[in-house]
Structures are given as structure tokens and as C-alpha cells.
Design a protein around this ligand. Structure first.
Ligand SMILES: Cc1cc2nc3c(=O)[nH]c(=O)nc-3n(C[C@H](O)[C@H](O)[C@H](O)COP(=O)(O)OP(=O)(O)OC[C@H]3O[C@@H](n4cnc5c(N)ncnc54)[C@H](O)[C@@H]3O)c2cc1C
Length: 477
């Protein structure tokens, strides 16, 4: 969330080199991206869209395009629902139907509307947020939220089951199984053969039955350790390790967090990320992450608990969880009739570590491209159909990823820079731009005068930060 400052002054006017993995489309942003323009639609000449008529073979009558979605998190659930609704024969394979994905579970408001999420699956509606600096200066950053606006807090076991069950209601077949590997098609138009262990509902620990499944298309929605990605030689990505504890605190202490989330920055809690206390139904999720000092994750977690101090004191840890977070997209995201979505593809934003919305959106966009390319499941698709999804995703979100990447580099590099970052967060204009871009995944046009004032302020903060750093270096020799 912190980094939803994406649309604001930080790094404004910075020249942004091409971002690893995500392809910058020809008509996306110019070489110099004005952050205030990110997401703004630029005037375009009317375009003549020429679509070649489909040359892929029509499937025999009575047979539909068969798609396997491997993994039933937000990416897989959203993909399977869209495919099934679009007339495609859809199988979703999930290894653990009660999976509690380690996750802060913060989702933007637009996700609730776009994915038609019922309010009862949202544990808390956060309307207040505190950003806390290395020297424990706390800035309230939710002041510009309108009365109906909030950040949703979900438990992933609840959200993921809901999306999977909805996919099932719309016609997808959900299999409780562990995907192992797949055989490539023996020739053009031939099926992929998926090998998996089928469980009788007892979860990944139960004895399973070796099984196979023939499909035309495979979507890898199996998260950061994706086996589908390995199967297509998608290549590796840099990753952060994130650690989280679910801490049950007293009702009185919970009252403080009922609609409040906290984010801590500082070298004590992470060298390159932020730490958080997010409220859930009857507990708080306390966690942190790091890319560069993975071996220190437990020390960072201990420091996070110390910083939260007596607000969580006496709490009982009911769950300890850790998981990798991808840092950038994989070098390859499609091969023939196999593609990747969500964390399997590497769609988590830097700086904020946000991935739930992008997982669900990529799953849905991918499925839409398949439904369209197969004309409602009646034709075979090929790699070019899957590339439509990648083009659309990259074009829509490339600037967001890029800006958050820059923000992380500018503001998470030292404690003085973090102090400057928190100071900047006190600005109402920054807050408005931040929340608008985070909650709605779009950037409202900024005010040129406010933009200028903010740029001057930011530069001032950074100069002060650098001056402070030099002073500290002098003091420590
Ligand atoms: C500690 C932590 C905190 C985070 N906090 C936030 C946050 O607050 N907000 C936010 O937006 N993002 C957050 N993220 C990122 C977010 O969790 C991910 O981006 C998101 O879960 C990606 O969804 P997905 O569907 O792509 O993958 P996943 O959620 O990882 O789902 C993959 C699914 O595939 C299944 N699977 C895996 N392998 C197989 C297999 N071989 N066979 C069958 N099934 C398989 C898994 O069981 C799982 O259900 C956080 C991440 C971490 C680690």
C-alpha cells in the first residue's frame, strides 16, 4: 500500500528504463514518464482495428476447448470462473482446498466491485492507516478517504474458497490434486497430458491416486513455486521472503485495530521493504519481508513485534507463515498453449508487495483472451491468442510496476530516506493521489500547481535526508 504513492511526486520526471519481464507496449508510456500522467489516457488518433479471421481449426461439434487451470488461488479461481462462463470446458486443480496462503490479505476497493465480492468475506474495512518512520514518527495516511472508501482485509482461506466455489457454480470442475508434470502435445492440435496426484478431499497430506488429464490449454496459476513455469522453462525471478504471524490479541487491544492498519519502515524491520500490522476478524497479522537480507527475516520479525509494542503485547500467536513473493515477471510467460498468471507469472508490485488484485485480474484477462480466441470454446487456440492477454496486461499495468520499482529504490534505501518518505506521506495531496491509485488502480489527473509544490517538498525532504545521512556517517566515523 505504501507504495501506491505510485502516482505521486516521488521520482517524478525520472527516466525509467524498460522493466524486466513486463514488455512496454509501443504506445504505452514515453521514455520519460511523468508520474502524474501514469494511467492517464492520452489522446489518440482513431485506430482502424484489423482482426484477421480465425484460422485455427473449429473443434468437432459436441467437443469444447479443454483448459486446465493449475492452482486455485485468486488467479486460478478468477480464470476458471471466466473460462467456464465463456463456454470453455474448465478443470481447476488445487492441491489444498483449505489452503491458508500466507498473506497480509489487503485488497483494494475496486476489487470488491470488479469481482463482485460479498461483504461478508471481508473481515475488516480499514479506513485509517498509520505509516510509522524509523524514529517512530507516525503519520495518519487515510485522512482523505471518502466515507464509503476502505481497504478490504481478507483471510485468504476465505477469499480463495469463495472464488473457487463460484467458479464451480459457473461450470468449472474443481479437482483436489497435486499437479506433478505434463507431457507436451505429440503434434499440432494434440493435447497436453497432465500428471497429478488426486486426493479424496483429505488435502495434500492424504494418500493420493496417480491420475492424468488431457487438455488443449494449460494456465499456470500455481503461485511463486510454479511447477507449470518450470515445465515451460519460464526462467527464474528474484524474490522476497515474507514472514507473518497471526496474533490473537485481547478484545480491548483489537478495538484499537478494528479499522486501522499500521505500516512500519526502518532498517530494523526490513532492509528493503515495510513491516505491517493488519487487522483480521479476531486477530492481527504481523509481518515483514525482504529481498536482500533473507537470512535476517526472523530478526526483522522480532523487531516488528517490538515496534508494535504493547499494542500486541500478551497476544497469542495462532499461526506462523512464510512464503516467497516474486519481485518481477518471469522471462517467459507463454509457450505454445501454456501460459502463466498471478504469482506464477511474477505479478507482484515492488514496494507495496501487492499481488492479490493483479493475480485475479491476470487470471481473468487470460481467460477472456482464451474465450475470445476460441469463440466461446468452439475453436482451438494458439500462442497468439494467449499473447493477447500478455499484451493487454502489460499495457495496462506496466507504468504501475515501473513507478513502484522506482519508489522502492528511492525511499527504502536508508533510514533518512525512509524518514523523508514518511514525512512526504503527511501531505494530503500525496494521500489523495496514493489512495486513488491504490483503491481504484487508476490515477486521477493531478493538479499542476500541487504537483509542483509536491516536487519541491519531496526534493527538500530528500536533501534533508541526505544531509542527515552524511551527518550520521560523520558521527559514526
Ligand atoms: C506474507 C505475505 C503477505 C502478502 N500480503 C499481501 C497483501 O496484503 N495484499 C496483496 O495484494 N498481496 C499480498 N501478498 C501477495 C499475494 O499473496 C500474492 O500475490 C497472491 O497470493 C498471488 O495469487 P496467485 O493466485 O497467483 O497465487 P497463490 O495465492 O500462491 O495461489 C496458488 C495456488 O496454487 C496451489 N498450488 C501450488 N502448486 C500446486 C500444484 N503443484 N498443484 C496444485 N495446486 C498447486 C496453491 O495451493 C495455491 O492455492 C502477500 C504475500 C505474502 C507471502
Amino acid at each position: 500500500m505504501a507504495a501506491s504513492l505510485s502516482s505521486t511526486a516521488a521520482g517524478r520526471h525520472a527516466a525509467l528504463p524498460s522493466y524486466a519481464g513486463l514488455r512496454r507496449s509501443a504506445d504505452a508510456s514515453p521514455t520519460v514518464v511523468l508520474l502524474s500522467n501514469v494511467g492517464r489516457s492520452r489522446p489518440r488518433l482513431p485506430q482502424l482495428v484489423v482482426r484477421a479471421s480465425k484460422s485455427s481449426p473449429k473443434l468437432p461439434s459436441g467437443r469444447r476447448l479443454r483448459v486446465a487451470v493449475v492452482g486455485g488461488g485468486p488467479a486460478g479461481g478468477a480464470a476458471a470462473e471466466t473460462l467456464a462462463r465463456g463456454g470453455v470446458e474448465t478443470v481447476l486443480i488445487e492441491r489444498k482446498l483449505d489452503n491458508c496462503k500466507p498473506c497480509g490479505g489487503a485488497i483494494p476497493l475496486c476489487m470488491v466491485g470488479e469481482f463482485d465480492l460479498p461483504l461478508d468475506i471481508i473481515d475488516r474495512r480499514v479506513t485509517k492507516m498509520k505509516m510509522i518512520s524509523p524514529s517512530n514518527v507516525a503519520v495518519d495516511i487515510g485522512r482523505t478517504l471518502k466515507p464509503h472508501e476502505y481497504i478490504g482485509m481478507v483471510r485468504r482461506e476465505v477469499l480463495d474458497s469463495y472464488l473457487r466455489e463460484r467458479a464451480e457454480k459457473n461450470g468449472a470442475t474443481v479437482i483436489n490434486g497435486l499437479f506433478l508434470r505434463m507431457d507436451k502435445p505429440a503434434g499440432p492440435g494434440q493435447p497436453y497430458v497432465l500428471h497429478y496426484t488426486r486426493y479424496g478431499g483429505g488435502g495434500a497430506g492424504a494418500t493420493g491416486v496417480p491420475s492424468t488429464l488431457e487438455v488443449d490449454v494449460v494456465i499456470g496459476a500455481d503461485g511463486a513455486n510454479s511447477r507449470v513455469a518450470k515445465a515451460i522453462g519460464a526462467g527464474d525471478y528474484e524474490y522476497a521472503i515474507a514472514f507473518q504471524e497471526r496474533v490473537k490479541i485481547s478484545d480491548e487491544k483489537m478495538e484499537y485495530y478494528k479499522d486501522l492498519a499500521e505500516m512500519y519502515v526502518g532498517a530494523d524491520v526490513s532492509s528493503d521493504f515495510y513491516a505491517w500490522v493488519f487487522p483480521k476478524c479476531d486477530h492481527v497479522a504481523v509481518g515483514t519481508g525482504t529481498v536482500i537480507d533473507k537470512g535476517d527475516i526472523k530478526r526483522f520479525q522480532a523487531a516488528t513485534r517490538l515496534r508494535a509494542g504493547n499494542k500486541i503485547e500478551g497476544g497469542r500467536t495462532i499461526r506462523v507463515e512464510a512464503h516467497p513473493i516474486p519481485e518481477h515477471p518471469r522471462p517467459r510467460r507463454v509457450l505454445d498453449r501454456v501460459t502463466l498468471v498471478g504469482d506464477a507469472a511474477g505479478y507482484v508490485t515492488k514496494c507495496s508487495g501487492e499481488g492479490i488484485y493483479f493475480a485475479a485480474k491476470s487470471g481473468r484477462m487470460c481467460a477472456e483472451a482464451i474465450v475470445e480466441g476460441s469463440e466461446g470454446g468452439t475453436r482451438m487456440v494458439d500462442e497468439s491468442d494467449l499473447r493477447h492477454y500478455l499484451d493487454k496486461f502489460d499495457k495496462t499495468y506496466w507504468p504501475t510496476y515501473k513507478v513502484l520499482d522506482v519508489l522502492q529504490k528511492v525511499f527504502y534505501r536508508s533510514n533518512p530516506a525512509r524518514e523523508a518518505f514518511v514525512e512526504m506521506c503527511a501531505d494530503e495531496y500525496v494521500q489523495k493521489m496514493t489512495f486513488d491509485s491504490y483503491l481504484y488502480k487508476r490515477v486521477v489527473p493531478g493538479s499542476p500547481l500541487e504537483d509542483l509544490k509536491l516536487a519541491v517538498k519531496t526534493i527538500g525532504s530528500l536533501i534533508r535526508a541526505n544531509a542527515l545521512r552524511m551527518e550520521m556517517n560523520n558521527l559514526t566515523g
